[in-house]
Structure formats: structure tokens, C-alpha cells
Design a protein. Structure first.
Length: 201
């Protein structure tokens, strides 16, 4: 029987300037479903990218109503752990409901979103046929995951770590940086490796 487990975890605050920042979350995927090219992967995504994915699904399937996202906010206290936990949980529910819909599971955008750190612009170009990137070549994974580890287990909410970043084209952010995160099933996995050469827009 095929199954797919998705976990959204590990908030990371990215500061672009003293007055500009956003939070990313790690998406962990463990699957034996034939629709997926990679059985185990992780990537980081921010809220606006989830919004982008939902709009893609609406555009491609106008007669379906995709799962709802947690609400957006104009002002956010980055230390508001309750809000971050509610958002983390809401994003996780969104993805779990999404992959339960066969027509969404057949979307190239969904697989690139879940299993690579290609930018949304890159994914758009793949959808349009301008690019032909491979999920296998761009995915990251942890090869020594214990088969007894269930990434669907509930996790303790964590306060986001913070990193400084210049306003520049988006780069992949590795979820393995730093060692201050509490141990969790996902954190037990070894350092990420690429399946192949990654293209980052």
C-alpha cells in the first residue's frame, strides 16, 4: 500500500534588513507513492510560496477548490510562538490535504514545490516548458533515516532561529545549519545530500 507522510517544521527567520524579514519552514516528505520521483526529501519554503502554489492549482483546475491556507498577516511579531505554531500546523494540513487530491498530485508544480528548492519563477518556467529541471537532480534527502521514524508524529513547536541575509536572488537555505534545534524525528536524519546538481534561480 502506498503512503505519503508530510511534516512542516523548523521555522527559520530570515532578516533582509532591520525592518524586513520572513519566516521559512522545512517540508519533510517520506513516501513510497509511485507519483513521487524521490522517496525522502526536505526543502524550505516561505508562506508566500505556499500562496503561489495554491494560485497555480486554482489556475490549472478552476472548477476545484484547493485546501485553505492559514490566514496571512500584515504585521508579525517574529517571536510570537503561538502564531508560528498555528501557521506551521495550517501549512502542514494544507499540504496533507492537497496530496490527497489525485489531480493535484499529478501537477509538476506540486512535486517541484515539495521536493526541491527551485524558486517559484523556475517552477513557472518548467510549467511553461522553458526549462526542464529534474526533481531527482534538484532534491535533497537524508539517506540514513530510520525506517521506524514516522515523520507524521506531532512535534513540539520551536521558536525560529534567525539568520541575516542581503536582498539578493533567492538561494537554497539548508535545514542542517546550526545545532540549536531540539532533537526530533526529522532532526535525527543525517546531513542533507543532493541527488544531483541543483539549479537555483
Amino acid at each position: 500500500m502506498s503512503s505519503t507522510q508530510i511534516l512542516v517544521q523548523e521555522p527559520l527567520l530570515v532578516r533582509l534588513s532591520p525592518v524586513s524579514s520572513y519566516t521559512t519552514f522545512t517540508i519533510y516528505v517520506k513516501t513510497n507513492h509511485p507519483a513521487f520521483s524521490v522517496p525522502k526529501s526536505s526543502c524550505r519554503r516561505k508562506y508566500s510560496e505556499f500562496q503561489w502554489l495554491r494560485q497555480i492549482l486554482i489556475r490549472h483546475h478552476p472548477y476545484r477548490n484547493p485546501p485553505q491556507l492559514p490566514p496571512s498577516v500584515f504585521f508579525l511579531n517574529s517571536k510570537d510562538e503561538k502564531f508560528l505554531e498555528e501557521r506551521r500546523h495550517g501549512l502542514q494540513v494544507f499540504l496533507r490535504e492537497l496530496i490527497g487530491v489525485p489531480c493535484y498530485l499529478g501537477e509538476k508544480a506540486v512535486h517541484m514545490f515539495l521536493q526541491t528548492e527551485l524558486s517559484t519563477d523556475c517552477i513557472e518556467e518548467n510549467i511553461k516548458g522553458i526549462r526542464d529541471d529534474s526533481v531527482i537532480k534538484n532534491a535533497k534527502y537524508w539517506p540514513r533515516i530510520s525506517e521506524s521514524t514516522d515523520v507524521s508524529l506531532a512535534m513540539e513547536p520551536t521558536q525560529p532561529r534567525s539568520i541575516q541575509r542581503h536582498s539578493s536572488p533567492r538561494k537554497a537555505i539548508s535545514s542542517s545549519t546550526g545545532d540549536s534545534l531540539p532533537r526530533s524525528p526529522a532532526a535525527m536524519w543525517s546531513s542533507p545530500h543532493s541527488y544531483g546538481s541543483a539549479y537555483i534561480c
